[in-house]
Design a protein around this ligand. Sequence first.
Ligand code: PLP
Length: 824
Amino acid sequence: MGATHPLALAPVTSPPSTVDGFVKEFLQNLNFERGVTLTSSSPNDRYMALAHTVRDYLQARWLEDQRRQREMQAKGVCYLSAEYLLGRQLDNNLLATRLTDIATEAMAACGIDIDDLRQQEVEPGLGNGGLGRLAACFIDSLATMSVPSIGYGIRYEYGIFRQTFVDGQQVEQPDAWLALGSPWEFPHPEAAQEISFGGHTEKYDDDGVERSRWVPGWNVQAVPYNYMVPGYHNGRVNTLRLWRAVATSAFDLRIFNSGDYEEAVRAQTFAENISKVLYPEDSTPQGKELRLQQQYFFVAASIADFLQHQLAEDYDYEKLPDRVIFQLNDTHPVIAVPEFMRVLVDERGLEWDTAWAITQKCFAYTCHTLLPEALEVWSVDLLGRLLPRHLEIIYRINDDFLEEVRERFGDDEMRIRDMSIISEHPDRSVRMAYLATVAGAKVNGVAELHSQLLRDKVLHDFDEFYPGKFTNVTNGVTPRRFVRLANPRLADLITDALGAGWTVDLERLRGLEAFAEDPEFRARFAEVKAANKRTLSEVLLSRDGFTVSDGHMLDVMVKRLHEYKRQMLKLLHIVTTYESIVSGKVAAADVVPRTFIFGAKAAPGYVMAKRIIHLINAVGSVVNSDPRVEGRLQVLFPPNYNVTLAERVIPAADLSEQISLAGKEASGTGNMKFALNGALTIGTDDGANVEIRELVGDDDFFLFGMSEPEVEALWAQGYKPADFYQKDPQLRAAIDLIASGAFSGGDRSVFEPIVSNLLYDDRFMVLADYASYIAAQARVDAAYADQDAWTRSAILNVARTGFFSSDRSIRDYIDRIWHTPPVL
Ligand SMILES: *Cc1c(COP(=O)(O)O)cnc(C)c1O
C-alpha cells in the first residue's frame, strides 16, 4: 500500500443524511453519473440517480465490512444458490438505511414524486419461485443478524420470463431486466476467475505416487458482479456475488490468429450463453448441458474466489472447517463437492482422505423437494464429456462410500444399488441428492413434515447409515420486505401497539394476541385490510385494467403453476359455486361475494400447467361477464406474478389458498407471508402448513383433505378418481360443465385433456380431496359472515406466526448446522 496523501488514508465518509445533503448528492449524481440536468432528465435518469445516492450512502460501510470479514477470519457462511429472487431493491435499501423519509422529502423538493421512481425499477427476477425467494430472504437475515457470510450465484442476463396472456394462454417474453442498466451492481472484470470445461484427464507420476490431472478443452471467464446486502438498521452491508460468463481473451486470440473472425465471435457467444438465461423450470429440472455448465461455472468460480480472497496464502486447509461452511441450496450447486475435492487434491496436493475429511465438514445440503421428478440426476455421458475429472472423483467417492456400506450391512446388493450415487437405470447417471447427502456434514429439510418424510422415505437408507446427519430447518420469510415494506399500514399499527422491535424480533408479535380482544384495535386492523384492498384495486386497474369488485372476500392463490399445488382444485370450487348459481340450486344472493385472484407462471414446456392457465382465464372470462353472478363472483388472473406483485396482493388477501396434496409441498413460504399479513389459511396438512396450523390453532385455520398417511393408504388401496366423480353429483356437475365446452365457446376438445387427466390419472388426487375442500370452503363462508370474528382470527394469525421470520430460520441454521455466531 503506497498511500501517502492523507485523504487516501482517511475512511470514506458517508454522504450527509439530511434532506439538503441528499438533494445535493442526488443532483450531483444526475449531473456526473447520468450526464443530465434535472430538467433534461428522464424518469430512468432520476431513478438511477436516486439509486446511486442511496448506494453511495451504503458504500463506506460495505467496504469496511468486507475489510473486517477478511481481517477477522471468523467462521462464515458461503451460501451457494443458482437462484436469488430478489425483488426490487430501492425501497429495501431505503428502509435498511433509514433514508425513506429523507429521500421522499428530497425528491419532493426537486418536484419529483418518489413513487414514480419506484415504478421505474425492474425487479431482478433471478429465480423461479420459492427456492430463489428463500435465498433472498436468507441473505437479508444474514446481514441483519451480522453473520459473516457471502451469497454466491449467477448473474443471468435474462431472469424468469415475463408472462403475458394471448387469448387466455401463456406467452413468454424475455425478461431483459438489464436493458436500462442496474444501479445496484459493481462489476469487477479484473477479479475474473478462469473456469475450465471439457478435455480429458491423464495419470502422472508424482514422486512414486500416481496422481490424476485434468487437461481441460476450453474455458470461460467468470466475472464477479457484487451487490450490496444491507442489514436492517444495523449498519451492516454484506455481499451477494453473482457471476457473469465472458469469453476468455486467450480463447478468442487463438481463433483470431487463425483468421476466422466469425468463429471468434461464435466462441464469444458460446461462452456468454452460460449466464444468458435462467432455466424457467421449477421443480422439474431438465438434464440440459447448458444447465450443468451454469452450475459448474458458478460454484467453481465461487470456491476459487473464496479460497483466493478470503484466506491467507499459506493457509492450513485442515483448519477450513473452522473457517467456512458452504451451504448447498438444493442440488443445483452440488457439483461444488467434486470441484472442492479436485482443488484440494489436484491443485493443493492434499491426500485424498485428508481432503475428503475436510470436505465432509465444509459442506451442508438443503433438500427442497419430495417429488421424485425434481431430484436432479446428470448422465455419466454428459458429465464425462463436460467435467471428466469430476466424474472420476465422483466414482472414487462412490466406491469408498459403497465400501463403507458393505462393511456395515454386508453384501446386500439391493441396498448397495439403492444407495449408490451412480444409478444404472434408465441410463447410467449421477444422483446429485445422494452425492450431497454423502458429502454433507448435515442434510436438512425445510419444514418438520418434509424433514421427517426425507428421513422416512426419500433418503431413508442414508438416515440409517448416518445417524444424526439429518435435521430440520423450517423456512421463513423476511419481515422487512414482507411486512414492513409490503404492508406499511399494518407495520405502523403493530408498531403503535408493540413498539418498533418486532421487525428484528418477530416473536414479539405474540403481544398482539391481547389486542385481538380489543374492539377498537380490531376496527383499526379491519381498516388496514380495507385500505390495502383499495391499494390493490388501484394497482390492478393501472397494471391490468381490472376493476376489483367492492366488498368482496379476496380469495387468493398465488404461486407457481404446478399440478401438485392443485390450482385445479381451486378452480373446481369456483366452477362448483358458479354452476350452483346458474343452475338455480343456490340463489346468488345467498352466496358470499368473493373475488378470486390467481397468480402463476407455468414452465414453458409444461403442457398441462399451461392448459390449466388457459382454463383459469377461460372460466374468468365467462364468470366475469355473466350477469347472473354479477356482484357475487369475480375471477382475476393478473399475469406475471413476481415479488413486486406479491407485495401488493398478499397484504390485501382475506383467504390464503395452500392446498397442495399432502406430502408434496416441501414447505411453502407463500403460506407464511399470508398468515403474517393477516389472511386466514385454507390448507392441507402439508409442508409448513402443519406448523402454521399448530401455532395458529384449529379455530383460526381451515384444515381439509387427506393427511400424508391417508394419501399413501389410498394409493395402496388403488385410487380410482372416476369413482369420486360418479358418486358426487356436485363434482360431476362441475366437471361436466368444463367438459361441455361452456368455457371454450362450445368446443369440447379444448379442455378435454384436463378432464380426462382428472378422471383417469389425477396423480395429485384432486378429486379425492374435492368434497373435503368444498366443505371447508363452506366453513370459510360461515366464518366470513361475522366480520368482527374474522378480523379477530386474522389478528391472531399475525400474532402467532412470528416463528416464520427468516431470522429464526438463520438462527436454526447457526445452531444446528453452521455454528457461525454473529460477529458484531
Ligand atoms: C413467496 C413467493 C413464492 C413461493 O410461493 P409458494 O406459495 O410457497 O409456492 C413464489 N413466487 C414469488 C414471487 C414469491 O414471492
